[in-house]
Design a protein around this ligand. Structure first.
Ligand code: SF4
Length: 383
């Protein structure tokens, strides 16, 4: 029955895909693994807003937002962002300030700038159509191997890996030899190995199934192996070596922040460059060294602010009342913010509103992209 054999062979090929020779070692198990994982996914998959209709733009936005941020945190920002920029062209033609405003609070603002740059490049160079392959996507601003693989597979069903933190953990436990992500050199080896396991017609489901398995079953400290659909394929079966807890180094900083008031409005400026909070609007602030002088000393925070405002903004000011201190934790910085109320002094004229400097009433703060840290300061004067 030659036709039956060739049909079976075709089904097998569709499931298994074309593989590099060295990773064919456990070939007979692959379809069984794929079936077990996909069957589980069909009934247990997470309901996430960007998965609803497979729209490539929506998937693109979600992948940028999910970089280094948890799903639960992303969802409300994602929904608001999509309301504000419903299409890729809407995003591409918006000013960066509008994009940062919609992103405010989500942190890691370089992602918003990259997403905006990518949208503009797609309109300019691809006629508004998001490229479909990982290689093409890698040419766009802000796309690394994970984001390119995720968009290519989830939006366009390309059989390429999309290894987020959850998927890496699952694979590292299932196939510790082939997917040892603790070694830098293992990344390429793991990608090649996994490429052979992705069913070409169900690449999106397969990649999302690995992510969901990591999020719901193969969780970091105590995997729920009894509920695992691929338990029988797993090399570790939950016997994972205790990892040393990696303590993230957080730098302590003290910032003096000036709330300079003129006619009921406060001075805001937009931070230029590419560092922390660049592109966002903030109250003028300077870093204060720990244990720096006492009040009245030339190094006290109020004096430092007056000097900074004179030298950088050409403003003579009188920094007066201190307001309650505020704290904010960035990824690597714990900032203790010491806010001060101030007013203009002397006879020098104050500057007009300009591209990066504004006098803004408290009721209008919400129209500006202001970081969560600075929102805490804004709240002190009634925003
Ligand atoms: S058997 Fe346990 S350790 Fe292995 S993949 Fe499943 S949940 Fe993870």
């Amino acid at each position: 029955m030659p036709h039956l054999r060739s049909a079976r062979f075709q089904v097998h090929q569709n499931l298994v895909g074309s593989l590099p020779a060295p990773s064919r070692t456990s070939l007979p198990e692959r379809p069984a693994f794929q079936r077990a994982l996909l069957r589980w996914y069909e009934t247990h998959q997470r309901s996430l807003p960007w998965r609803k209709n497979g729209n490539p733009y929506r998937i693109l936005v979600s992948e940028f937002m999910l970089q280094q941020t948890r799903v639960e945190t992303v969802i409300p920002y994602y929904e608001r962002f999509l309301k504000r920029f419903p299409s890729l062209r809407d995003l591409a033609k918006a000013p960066l300030q509008e994009v940062l405003k919609a992103w405010a609070g989500l942190g890691y603002y370089a992602r918003a700038r990259n997403l905006h740059e990518a949208a503009k490049a797609i309109v300019r160079e691809w006629g508004g159509k998001i490229p479909r392959t990982k290689e093409e996507l890698l040419l766009l601003p802000g796309f690394g191997p994970y984001t390119a693989g995720a968009v290519a597979s989830l939006a366009f069903h390309q059989p390429v890996p999309a290894l987020d933190g959850n998927a890496k953990r699952v694979l590292g436990r299932l196939f510790p030899e082939q997917c040892d992500f603790s070694r830098m050199s293992a990344k390429k080896q793991a990608d090649e190995f996994l490429a052979g396991w992705i069913p070409p017609r169900r690449a999106a489901d397969f990649n999302q199934a690995l992510m969901d398995l990591g999020a719901m079953v193969c969780i970091p400290s105590s995997p729920r192996c009894t509920a695992c659909p691929v338990f029988r394929f797993c090399a570790t079966k939950g016997k994972i070596p205790k990892k040393k807890r990696v303590v993230r180094k957080v730098r302590e900083e003290i910032w003096a922040v000036a709330l300079v008031e003129k006619d009921g409005k406060f001075l805001l400026h937009r931070k230029e460059g590419r560092g922390l909070l660049s592109g966002l609007w903030q109250f003028p602030s300077v870093a204060v060294e720990k244990n720096q002088g006492k009040r009245g000393n030339s190094q006290d925070p109020g004096k430092l602010l007056e000097k900074y405002l004179r030298e950088d903004f050409g403003l003579e000011t009188r920094i007066k009342t201190s307001l309650p201190e505020q704290e904010h934790l960035f990824t690597h910085i714990h900032a203790l913010m010491k806010p001060y109320l101030g007013s203009l002094a002397g006879t020098r004229p104050s500057f007009p509103n300009s591209g990066s400097l504004r006098w803004v009433g408290a009721s209008a703060f919400s129209r500006y992209p202001i970081s969560t840290a600075m929102c805490k300061i804004a709240a002190l004067v009634g925003s």
